[in-house]
Design a protein around this ligand. Structure first.
Ligand SMILES: *[C@@H]1O[C@H](CO)[C@@H](O)[C@H](O)[C@H]1NC(C)=O
Ligand SMILES: *[C@@H]1O[C@H](CO)[C@@H](O)[C@H](O)[C@H]1NC(C)=O
Ligand SMILES: *[C@@H]1O[C@H](CO)[C@@H](O)[C@H](O)[C@H]1NC(C)=O
Ligand SMILES: *[C@@H]1O[C@H](CO)[C@@H](O)[C@H](O)[C@H]1NC(C)=O
Ligand SMILES: *[C@@H]1O[C@H](CO)[C@@H](O)[C@H](O)[C@H]1NC(C)=O
Ligand SMILES: *[C@@H]1O[C@H](CO)[C@@H](O)[C@H](O)[C@H]1NC(C)=O
Ligand SMILES: *[C@@H]1O[C@H](CO)[C@@H](O)[C@H](O)[C@H]1NC(C)=O
Length: 920
């Protein structure tokens, strides 16, 4: 909740009086009980009710013969008795949302001045045209009502309308090809058309900026791209002076308005920010209070002009491509409360003048390129500051140990700063902190006890990538903790039962898991990473209460035993038990891990055969690693049913039999796309947004996403030629088996291949000439087989060392042995100096896969932290009702949602699927 509200620049409405109407009027309404409502209006209301679907009978007071002025949601004028307000607002995700149709009987309410149907769900109908005939309306709120289709032009007849909110909720349900009708709303002051598809309404800029009374304009997520709209030739009267393309500048010059709030965030506007400021300074220099243009494609530099907007209180330019320094004129913005330029390319220093901004409450310049030293004076007068986000800049801040900050922040994010080797003492005085990120800040200290006892309730705490030492018995954090990559020791800390995400990776926590896992109060945890610590003993069998566990990483400990039974029947996406001392056969309980994307049991002592049900039950697997165990038996054919598998590692076991011919069915590997493989998309998987982003990052970061390693087993028979159709494969290792026959011709067709190792088998024949096509090979080894003939000539094959070829009967470069004209060897002593050649190869391969796996331990935690910031703001913000975002999300995840599913979710295939599952 805190995060959602704090990261979102909630548009501060300038119309509190209008918004307060319902509250005021309910009291008035019940006071004047001597008035009876007008019969024709009562009948109209009953007709209106009849067409509505009212699942929870909210309108039960609306009955024949009653005094309609006392009905819920109805407000009558206190002297005339006319119905003048209808407030039937619902709330997001409310099961009591109204639906159905809007009966034109409303037209009977001649004095209706205020109509609020927001958050009800009219998802299959258009906005009724007749609303344009409710002449008396001054306030019309249809926000988040999911109406469809084109906005009726005759809304433009509402000449008294001051407030119009048609904000949508994530998908463009409504659209307009022109906003000409808005100019008819001659009293309009507030307009919100966010999420309406206005990509064809090229007149939006003229209409809204020429509008004489408009004060607040919200057009976020409207698909607006240019600010150089083409004039639409209107039939209604001549358009003065201008024709053809007009620039943003020109339009604003002609502008009549005194805009106070301009919200154009989440469009594709590509414009120089300097030009925008220049233009806005002509129309709205004194009036502009809020400018929201986050998430566009703005570029260029911030100019000193910014300092001239004296009344500017809210400025959001986050997630654009603005570069250059932050101008020091910013110090002149004495009204500035909210300043967010995060995720741009701003460089230079952090201007000292920020210290003068007494009104500043939110300061976010995270994820830019600022550098230099930050002083106490940078904050000297920021006594109102509650949010300070500045992560991922190269700034140094080492205040005097006795410094007492002038602010009491709720959010502080200084990741990647240099905060000095001592734990920042000034945090002692932050009594309202809820989110703290001082990860990767060069702190090398004992965890101070005062910090753990701060009288503050942390929601998120990130201390990762420092060198903190000491034991931690208790962590009073409600949602997320990241302590990874420090030097903490002792038993695992006790955590609050509400905690959802915990990273303790790469520390020296020791002892058994029992007390931690079996603590009956822990039930909401989604992510648990305790990899690379000193844990011992069995994984306890008491996971029953861990209802939501999705990601479990216990890699690199010394855990024993098998996978416990109670871990089953869970919606696990990731299970990583790599490099422990676990044993036993492939637990049948794993058949219940139907959501699993990554399974890593490698480097343990598991035994028995690889079960065929893997292909049926674990069909979402992207990564399957059983490397370095004692598995035996054959590779089941069913493994080929893993359609999205990208990494298959069965190396270093005792697996026998032949390589299944069906490998060409491994769909994901048959896609020829280097690096990021599109299989990693949210459409296929069924997990929270931030994990899809994580996978995204994973694909991009490593570039290596397709690999088969069956090395060091006892496989026999030939290499099936079907392997050659895995054209997306980047790494293939069949070495150290007993494979016979020839190298299939088409293996050379796997043009993206970076690493191929077929060494130490019994392959014979020649190296197929198709290898000359490979372009990316940087590791190649066919040593110690029974290959003959000339090494095909290509730029690549000749660049490898002799060691790649020794132990065969090969000739030609790079070997010194010349081929005869008939291809018969002239020299039979080519395997000299090869005694330790094979060691190099194993090393290489394990580096490749180690790298892949290491990602989950090191990069993943960092990413989780970063992605909240983005995910909560950018993605979840689509759901109607920003204040409810956080809880709504949790309810989705916990499957506790009731009532109608918001339409916008159809946008996200993954989530849609989830609903289907849950309904079933
Ligand atoms: C009726 O409402 C108006 C404002 O809406 C208020 O000024 C007036 O006092 C009210 N009259 C009564 C009798 O409540
Ligand atoms: C309402 O608007 C429509 C279209 O803008 C127009 O054709 C119609 O005449 C208007 N009706 C009234 C009563 O003004
Ligand atoms: C900021 O970046 C620009 C290039 O984008 C560079 O020319 C300029 O020197 C940088 N300024 C500073 C202070 O680093
Ligand atoms: C956590 O800290 C808050 C604020 O100091 C306190 O009220 C609460 O009791 C603490 N909870 C636990 C479990 O220690
Ligand atoms: C792991 O635990 C076993 C006993 O369960 C012990 O023999 C072994 O030395 C431990 N290994 C490490 C690396 O601590
Ligand atoms: C190597 O291949 C030749 C035929 O090319 C065969 O005669 C010989 O037996 C093979 N050697 C081994 C060790 O398999
Ligand atoms: C191999 O051929 C090259 C020229 O093609 C020749 O210089 C070299 O002496 C030959 N080496 C042997 C061992 O015959």
């Amino acid at each position: 909740m805190v995060i959602a509200t704090m990261t979102t620049p909630l548009p501060i409405s300038l119309f509190p009086f209008l918004l307060l109407i319902p509250a005021i009027c309910f009291t008035i309404c019940h006071a004047n009980s001597n008035l009876l409502c007008i019969q024709s209006e009562r009948e109209a209301l009953l007709k209106f009710k009849n067409d509505l679907i009212d699942p929870s009978n909210r309108l039960s007071s609306w009955v024949e013969g009653g005094d309609c002025c006392k009905w819920v949601g109805v407000v009558c004028h206190n002297s005339t008795g006319h119905v003048n307000q209808l407030h039937l607002v619902s709330s997001p995700f409310s099961p009591s949302a109204l639906g159905g149709k809007i009966n034109p009987s409303l037209l009977e309410l001649k004095h209706l001045s205020s109509l609020d149907l927001s958050y009800n769900i009219f998802s299959s109908i258009h906005i009724p045209k007749f609303l344009g005939m409710l002449d008396s309306l001054t306030y019309l709120n249809l926000a988040c009502t999911q109406f469809q289709g084109v906005i009726p032009h005759n809304l433009g007849n509402l000449s008294k309308l001051q407030y119009l909110d048609l904000r949508g909720n994530g998908v463009s349900n409504i659209e307009a090809t022109s906003l000409q009708w808005v100019s008819g709303l001659s009293s309009l002051q507030y307009l919100d058309l966010s999420y309406a598809n206005l990509s064809k309404a090229t007149d939006w800029l003229q209409v809204t900026f020429k509008h004489p009374s408009l004060l607040e304009l919200h057009l976020s997520y409207c698909g607006l791209e240019g600010l150089s709209p083409i004039i639409v030739n209107s039939l209604e009267g001549p358009i003065p002076d201008y024709s053809g393309n007009m620039s943003f500048l020109e339009v604003l010059d002609l502008s009549l308005n005194h805009l106070r709030v301009l919200d154009l965030s989440y469009n594709g506007i590509k414009q120089d920010i300097a030009e925008i400021l220049q233009s806005l300074s002509r129309c709205c220099l004194d009036s502009l209070k809020s400018l929201y243009m986050a998430d566009n494609n703005l570029f260029g530099h911030l100019t000193d002009q910014l300092g001239h907007f004296k009344n500017l209180a809210h400025l959001s330019l986050a997630r654009n491509k603005i570069s250059g320094p932050i101008p020091s004129s910013i110090g002149e913005l004495s009204s500035l409360k909210f300043f967010d330029v995060s995720e741009n390319q701003l460089n230079g220093t952090f201007p000292l003048c920020f210290g003068q901004l007494e009104s500043l409450e939110t300061l976010d310049f995270g994820y830019n390129l600022l550098e230099g030293v930050v002083l106490e004076t940078h904050f000297s007068r920021l006594s109102r500051l509650t949010t300070l986000k500045a992560s991922q800049n190269r700034l140094r801040f080492e205040p005097n140990p006795s410094w007492i900050p002038p602010f009491q922040c709720e959010i502080i994010e200084f990741s990647h700063w240099h905060l000095g080797s001592k734990f920042p003492q000034w945090l002692k005085f932050q009594n309202k902190l809820s989110v703290l990120d001082i990860s990767d800040a060069g702190i090398s200290d004992v965890m101070p006890t005062w910090f753990l006892n701060l009288p503050t309730q942390f929601e998120k705490l990130n201390l990762s990538f420092n060198q903190l030492t000491g034991e931690i018995s208790n962590l009073n954090v409600t949602d997320t903790i990241d302590l990874s990559s420090n030097r903490f020791t002792g038993p695992l800390p006790r955590v609050l039962s509400s905690l959802r995400i915990l990273f303790l990776s790469n520390n020296s926590f020791s002892g058994s898991l029992s007390e931690f896992i079996c603590n009956p109060s822990i039930s909401d945890m989604i992510v648990l990473f305790i990899d690379t610590n000193l844990l011992i003993g069995e994984i306890p069998d008491c996971w029953i209460q861990w209802r939501y566990l999705g990601y479990l990483n216990l890699e690199n400990n010394n855990l024993t035993g098998n996978i416990p039974f109670t871990l089953g029947f869970r919606n696990l996406f990731m299970l990583n038990l790599r490099n422990n001392s676990m044993f036993g056969e492939f637990s049948s309980i794993m058949q219940t891990f139907v959501s699993l994307i990554m399974l890593d049991l490698s480097e343990n002592h598991f035994s028995g055969s690889v079960p065929a049900w893997i292909g049926d039950e674990l069909s979402n697997l992207v990564i399957l690693s059983l490397r370095s165990n004692n598995f035996d038996g054959h590779i089941p054919q069913k493994i080929c049913d893993l359609q999205v598998l990208q990494i298959l590692d069965l190396a270093h076991n005792n697996i026998s039999g032949t390589i299944p011919k069906c490998f060409n069915n491994l769909g994901a590997m048959a896609i020829k796309q280097k690096g990021y493989n599109k299989v990693f998309t949210p459409e296929i998987y069924d997990f929270p947004f931030y994990f899809t982003e994580l996978l995204d990052e994973y694909g991009h970061t490593l570039g290596l996403v397709t690999s088969i390693d069956l090395s060091a087993n006892s496989l026999i028979g030939e290499i099936p030629k079907e392997i050659g159709s895995l054209v997306g494969l980047l790494s293939l290792n069949f070495s150290r088996n007993f494979l016979t026959g020839r190298i299939p011709d088409n293996i050379g067709n796997m043009e993206l291949m970076e690493s191929l190792d077929l060494s130490m088998n019994r392959l014979n024949g020649e190296i197929p000439p198709s290898f000359s096509k490979s372009n990316f090979l940087n590791h190649f080894n066919v040593s110690y087989n029974n290959l003959t003939g000339q090494i095909p000539t290509s730029t690549q094959l000749q660049s490898f060392e002799n060691l790649s070829y020794v132990g065969n009967h090969l000739c030609g470069p790079p070997l010194t042995k010349n081929c005869t004209s008939k291809g018969i060897l002239t020299d039979a002593t080519n395997n000299l100096s090869s005694s330790d050649g094979n060691k190099v190869n194993w090393l290489y391969v394990s580096i490749v896969l180690g790298f892949v796996m290491g990602f989950w331990g090191v990069v993943a935690p960092l990413f989780f932290f970063r992605s909240w910031r983005i995910a909560y703001y950018q993605k979840l913000d689509h759901i109607c009702g920003k204040l409810y975002v956080f809880w709504a999300t949790m309810d989705l995840f916990h499957n506790k949602i009731s009532g109608a599913i918001p339409k916008c979710f159809t946008n996200s295939g993954a989530m849609a699927t989830k609903f289907k599952h849950d309904a079933a």
